[in-house]
Ligand binder design. Structure first.
Ligand SMILES: [Zn+2]
Length: 103
């Protein structure tokens, strides 16, 4: 049995995709963050599946990060458009409704 040295040396490095939270500006594994998406129709929503079409931004599933993003206008900057108060209220509501993955 021959082992090709090239094959042995090829170490698989698993790259975990990192995204920056709009609130605390910290990079975290994508799966630990919540995706906020703007649909092609211009509607904002919390994307719990990560599969909704449209442009996305990421945030920790924490109200304090959401509040920080709101205060710093991180969403506006990320989507390059003004965001209505009602959108924030809707997103806040949707964040609150997310199942908590604690424990
Ligand atoms: Zn955060």
């Amino acid at each position: 049995m021959k082992l090709s040295p090239q094959r042995v040396n090829k170490v698989k490095t698993k790259k975990i995709p990192q995204r920056m939270c709009l609130g605390c500006q910290e990079s975290r594994p994508k799966r630990e963050l919540i995706r906020i998406v703007r649909s092609p129709e211009g509607e904002f929503s919390v994307d719990a599946t990560g599969k909704k079409p449209g442009r996305g931004a990421y945030i920790c599933p924490k109200m304090e990060c959401f509040a920080a993003a709101r205060k710093s206008k991180g969403l506006e900057r990320s989507f390059k458009s003004p965001i209505d108060k009602s959108v924030y209220e809707l997103l806040e509501q949707q964040l609150n409704e997310l199942p908590k993955a604690e424990g």
